[in-house]
Design a protein around this ligand. Structure first.
Ligand code: FE2
Ligand code: FE2
Length: 283
């Protein structure tokens, strides 16, 4: 199976990047299931129904969230109606967070894909439940290659060691563990020893002439003077759409290949060569 995951979509630039590049990537790479992190889709803060619909129309099958899940209040009720939108699994039980932290999807070809969204604990809100215990329960309830054909885990976390530990914790039990939240793609994509594809951070879908997707003026002012004088707002130049491409074994659901995707905007470009793409270019 061929799966795409795209990191945090930041504001209008990120949404326009997805609208511009995702349909072509779906065709060129033959993507059968696409997950997009949408926690910054609405002006950098959270997600609204209209932003989510834009991303679904461009080819996202599932949207994940993160520490910005509830920045837009309407997300609290929209998520109850829309099962293609999931939020982190490990909010404290007493929070009774609306929506789901994991969901099993079925593709038009009948492949079952479990998507799990987790929030890290290190250098994030300290009140979260343990993401390792939370994902362990999901993986036990839905074994890869038996109850589903692929498992995608979005580990939305700040600290690289916590994300890497999560990759190894799920190795052999998930198709892909990928980090989000850093808004910078890491150069470490690999298939781990037991068959789980991994990248510490997918990177953002954002304008990279920025400070992690935000217009650079205000962050620079804050770093240099320590005096905040305006709200952070997303940078508006063309986005680089950043993500990972994974191929899985039809029988086991484990990864046979993982590659970084970077398309559009300023970052060096990377689009995996696939059989489909090679056949097309030979025509
Ligand atoms: Fe983010
Ligand atoms: Fe985040």
């Amino acid at each position: 199976m061929r799966i795409g995951f795209f990191g945090d979509v930041v504001g209008r630039s990120g949404r326009e990047g997805i609208v511009r590049h995702l349909p072509g990537l779906r065709r060129r790479l033959g993507l059968e299931f696409v997950v997009v992190n949408a926690e910054n889709a609405a002006g950098g803060f959270g997600v609204t129904e209209s932003c989510a619909k834009e991303l679904f129309a461009a080819g996202a099958d599932c949207l994940t969230l993160g520490n910005h899940s509830w920045d837009q209040r309407e997300a609290l009720t929209y998520i109850v109606r829309e099962d293609r939108l999931i939020r982190p699994l490990n909010y404290p039980r007493l929070a009774q967070a609306p929506g789901r932290g994991a969901h099993l999807y079925e593709t038009p070809a009948g492949q079952r894909v479990l998507v799990v969204n987790l929030l890290g604990q290190r250098s994030m809100e300290p009140i979260l439940d343990d993401p390792f215990s939370a994902v362990d329960r999901e993986l036990e309830a839905c074994p890869l290659g038996q109850a589903c054909d692929a498992i995608v885990i979005d580990m939305h976390a700040d600290v690289t060691s916590e994300k890497m530990a999560m990759g190894h914790f799920c190795d052999g039990r998930a198709s892909l563990v990928v980090g989000s939240h850093s808004h910078v793609p890491t150069a470490d994509c690999q298939v781990l020893p037991n068959g789980t594809a991994y990248q510490t951070d997918a990177g953002a879908c954002a304008d990279y002439d920025s400070v992690i997707g935000n217009d650079k003026e205000e962050p620079l002012r804050r770093f240099t003077t320590r005096i905040p004088s305006a709200r952070h707002k997303p940078a508006e130049g063309p986005a680089t759409v950043c993500g990972v491409y994974v191929e899985t074994d039809a029988r086991t659901g484990l990864a046979t290949r993982v590659e970084a995707i970077r398309i559009g905007g300023r970052l060096s470009q990377a689009v995996p060569e696939t059989k489909a793409a090679l056949e097309k270019s030979a025509l």
